[in-house]
Design a protein around this ligand. Sequence first.
Ligand code: EPU
Length: 348
Amino acid sequence: MSRTDSTGFVAGYPLKAHNTFGLDVRAQWACRIERETQLMAAVRDPRAAGLPRLVLGGGSNVVLTGDFAGLVLLVALRGRRVVGEDADAVYVEAAAGEPWHEFVAWTLKQGLPGLENLALIPGTVGAAPIQNIGAYGLEMCERFASLRAVELASGETVELDAHDCAFGYRDSFFKREGRNRLVITSVTFRLPKAWQPRAGYADLARELASNGYAANGKQPDAQAIFDAVVAVRRAKLPDPLELGNAGSFFKNPVVSAEQFKALKKRQPDVVSYAQPDGRVKLAAGWLIDRCGWKGRAMGAAGVHERQALVLVNRGGASGAEVLALARAIQHDVLVRFGVELEIEPVCL
Ligand code: EPU
């Protein structure tokens, strides 16, 4: 049984509805944060003193392998607004608890394109910088201006720019040195006035072509790209409300030019993307698919049947089952291709 008191603290709080994998675990304490002042009160509450803390927005990038012996902060800060503009861009701020997809749709309704390639990504605005969400040829860091966060140790509000956030591919300061140190409260995006469609990603280009657009013909507007991204994602990726998952379970691995050459010799059809530094990114989904894992299951954890990079909860899976499946996949890919796959979501 969960019990709530006047401070908003709840003991033994069920987290199943707060993680997109649908893992059925509980938090020792949880507190829903609707205003910044509640955040500080929660952090300073004596019941949480010395306990680990976990910030959950949409819970779309986390694997909860057991009950959480600490305080879960359920960030539900809301609000979004245009905060300014200069000659080149319009600046839009959204509170951390805003659902990401609704926020993207809202920017387009305001006539502010720039985020459309990131349509339908599950989770909240506050989670977007943590793994630097990216899809269909765009990474969030390309539209990022700054963010505000509360430092858990001091209670101070701090502002971070892109340099402070040290964004990389599915990576940032918040996954490394900044882990568990800050709670993001709002993010400001820079949406360029000189908008250009970003329509080159293979799946997206195909979908746009089938809607009558062409690279050297009729150009899509931002809404057409938004609609095409939504269609591609719906066709390929499971809806977490129907089938628990955390999106891509592994990062696409980056290998040296030499390792790639050797691999390509053995596997001429390997899917790859040359990187600016000479290394080569491989499609983890392709590697996993080639190992025969697509659509397979181990216990209640499975590999999605249309995208092998996505692990799913077929119903009642535990975090341990999901991780056992992940380890088996990592093993097979390493043995067959000599490539190590790194798990992308945060595992707790
Ligand atoms: N592929 C297969 N079999 C599979 C899956 C993929 O052969 O089961 C091949 C595809 O045919 C394609 C290539 O692998 O040639 C890449 O597949 P896809 O375009 O679906 O993209 P991805 O590299 O698997 C990445 C992101 C996704 C993002 C898509 C589109 C990562 C870890 N994942 O996936 O992000 O939506 O590109 O941009 O970078 C997420 O992070 O949760 C996520 C879904």
